[in-house]
Every structure is written in C-alpha cells, then in structure tokens.
Design a protein around this ligand. Structure first.
Ligand code: CAA
Length: 262
C-alpha cells in the first residue's frame, strides 16, 4: 500500500523475530494524525498478539522520527471537538497496552507528540543527529500526550521546565546525559544497532521480559512502595515458569539456555 501511513516488516531468523514499524509521512516529517495513530495502534496490538514476535521497533525517517501532532489538522479543532473525540486518549495510548518491549529508534526530529511517542516506548535508541523537544508552547498549547508527566520523570524537573516553557530543542548528547535516551549510535547504523538490541531481547524468555517491563513501568509511573510490592509479586510468580528452571539450570550447567517461552 503506497499510501500507508505506516510500513511494517519483520527481521531476524530466530524462533521469535522483531517487528519493525516505520512511520510513513516523510513529506510532513511524520506529523502524527488520527489515521496514522489508528494504523500504528492496530499494528502494535497485532504484533503483541503474535507469538512469533519478541520485540517491536518503531522508527521514522532519517530526518524525523516525528515532528509532533499534525498541526494542520489541529488548527481547525475547537474545545468541543477535542473533548467529544477524546483527542489523544482515544488512540495515542494504545502503545501502553503492549506487553512486549517496544524500542523507539529515533533519527532527526522527535518533537512534541513525536517526543511523547518515543517516551511511551521502553527503550530509546537515538542516532547522533536526533533532536528532542516539546515546542508546543510556541504554538499556544502545551504537550498533550503525556509530555508534562513523562519528561520530568525522565530528565528531572529543572530540564523539563526549561524544555517545555521555552520550547527549545536539545541535541542527542544532552538528551542522553539527561536520561531520556538509552544509547546513541551513528545515524547510518541506527537500524542495524537497534535490530541487534531487539534480537538480544527476542532470544530471552518472553514472559520474564514482559514482566520486567511491567515492573519498571510501575517504578516510572507510580509510587515507590506500590512499585516494590508489585515487583515482589511478579518476582515470586516467575518461579512458576519453565524458563526460570531452564535459565538457572543452564547457568549452573555452564551452557546456553533453551527458553520455551513459558
Ligand atoms: N504538523 C504538521 N506539519 C508539519 C509538522 C507538524 N507537527 N512539522 C512539520 N510539518 C510539515 C511542514 O509544515 C512542512 O510542510 P510543507 O512542506 O507542506 O510546508 C514539512 O513538514 C517540512 O517541514 P519544514 O519545512 O518546517 O522543515 P524544517 O526542516 O524547516 O523544520 C521543524 C523542521 C523544526 C521540525 C519544523 O517543521 C517544526 O517546527 N515543526 C513543528 C514542530 C512542533 O511544533 N511540534 C509540536 C506539535 S503540537 C503537538 O505535538 C501536541 C501534542 O503534544 C500531542
């Protein structure tokens, strides 16, 4: 489909493969509109249900991961319309339902809703040309897809205030120092390096990977005591899996584990 707003493919030759989703509005720097977010959400849920997929990567173009929500669409919105359509809540947060790890592979601009989409992912691998920001203040709004909440948790209050209140962009080195970015890689190696990280995750035990992700999200999204209680319950439950037995037996037997995904 040449007019598809996302393009999907799979990579890897192990038992579980990596799903790659490319945002595909290059002329608009991947500005995120409703139709694109519907297609992205449907693809994410389908890959999450597919047992042959162990990890999902979302990427954009060399120039932009995504330059934000589509301003030409939003310019016509009024209060009643965004309220009635449940704008953002209706289809932007589908990503948060995904239990498998989702990696954002970011080159170029990740601004506004694009930065917020990247922050909803679990790992953020960035090319050395990546730039991040929440410039909504410059167009008379504020971040509306979680930026005022996730950015301070990721980079601290001082830098979040600086970015959100001035709308300035930060380069990838600043973003990595601040804790927004997991790894920086050369722009021409972004996909190779990201797919290599995804392949490592695909080879691991899917249940423990999904539960480790859920525990870290508890730490990120909730209070400390709730998070630790949640972690303890999940930790105990993993002793009911065959992969725990296999993983530990393999370690003690000095051999590679053969995870069964259960
Ligand atoms: N929405 C719609 N179109 C966009 C867009 C956006 N967010 N960002 C870029 N585009 C379009 C431009 O209008 C332009 O289209 P035309 O060729 O038809 O004129 C095309 O993409 C290329 O953009 P530029 O010519 O501006 O490219 P540049 O290299 O000179 O600048 C940029 C790049 C700095 C990213 C600049 O495009 C820009 O500032 N974009 C807007 C960034 C922004 O404000 N994002 C926040 C949006 S609000 C939001 O996201 C709300 C939320 O929290 C959910």
């Amino acid at each position: 489909m040449s007019d598809a707003l996302i393009l999907t493919e799979t990579h890897g030759d192990g038992e579980r493969r990596t799903a790659l989703i490319r945002l595909n509005r290059p002329k608009q720097l991947n500005a995120l509109n409703d139709a694109l977010m519907d297609q992205l959400g449907a693809a994410l849920l389908a890959f999450d249900r597919d047992d042959a997929i162990g990890c999902i990567v979302i990427t954009g173009s060399d120039k932009a991961f995504a330059a934000g929500a589509d301003i030409s669409a939003m310019a016509k919105f009024d209060y009643m319309q965004v309220h009635r359509d449940d704008f953002i809540t209706r289809n932007w947060e589908t990503l948060l339902q995904v239990r498998k790890p989702v990696i954002a592979a970011v080159a170029g601009f990740a601004l506004g809703g694009g930065c917020e989409l990247a922050m909803m992912c679990d790992l953020l691998i960035a090319a050395d040309n990546a730039r991040f920001g929440q410039p909504e203040i410059k167009i008379g709004i504020i971040p509306g897809a979680g930026g005022t909440q996730r950015l301070p948790r990721a980079v601290g209050k001082a830098k979040a205030m600086d970015l959100v209140l001035t709308g300035r962009l930060m380069d990838v080195q600043e973003a990595e120092r601040a804790g927004l970015v997991s790894r920086i890689v050369a722009a021409d190696k972004l996909l190779d390096e990201t797919l290599a990280v995804a392949a490592v995750i695909c080879a691991l035990s899917g249940p423990s990977v999904a539960l480790a992700k859920a525990c870290i999200n508890k730490a990120f999204e909730g209070g400390l005591r709730d998070g630790i209680d949640y972690e303890r319950r999940v930790f105990h439950s993993l002793f009911a899996t065959e992969d725990q037995k296999e993983g530990m037996d393999a370690f003690l037997g000095k051999r590679a584990p053969a995870f069964k995904q259960r």
